[in-house]
Design a protein around this ligand. Structure first.
Ligand SMILES: [Zn+2]
Ligand SMILES: [Zn+2]
Length: 120
């Protein structure tokens, strides 16, 4: 049977070399998220506000700390938030984004998921 996509991670890898976050889910699906996209789509209130004010820009938002260009963003550290989310500290010092597994799974950029997503 086709289960609802799992938002239960069994493995989380932060690959600073490739600059990707790799999550393997309980249903054995594997999601690969480039750091640039994660940073750009930071779900914290500050970044949400900034995106609302500039709805047409999809550029990387840099709000504090040293200037970080796409292609240079790094995760300096990360920690789980309860059982439901991840929190990253970015190389620009930004660390208020809570990335829930549910939203990460929903945002899986793989071809299969992008193709399966309902049209907006
Ligand atoms: Zn943010
Ligand atoms: Zn996927």
């Amino acid at each position: 049977m086709m289960a609802i996509p799992s938002s239960d991670p069994i493995e989380v890898i932060v690959d600073r070399q490739e600059r990707v976050l790799i999550i393997t889910w309980r249903d054995n699906h594997r999601s690969v998220y480039p750091f640039d996209n994660l940073r750009r789509d930071c779900p914290c209130a500050t970044c949400n506000d900034a995106r609302d004010r500039r709805p047409h820009t999809r550029e990387l938002l840099v709000l504090s700390g040293p200037v970080v260009k796409p292609g240079e963003v790094q995760i300096t550290s990360y920690r789980p938030v309860g059982w439901y989310a991840l929190n990253f500290t970015w190389s620009d010092g930004h660390d208020t984004g809570i990335y829930t597994y549910e939203s990460l799974r929903a945002a899986c950029p793989c071809e299969q998921c992008v193709g399966a997503a309902p049209a907006p």
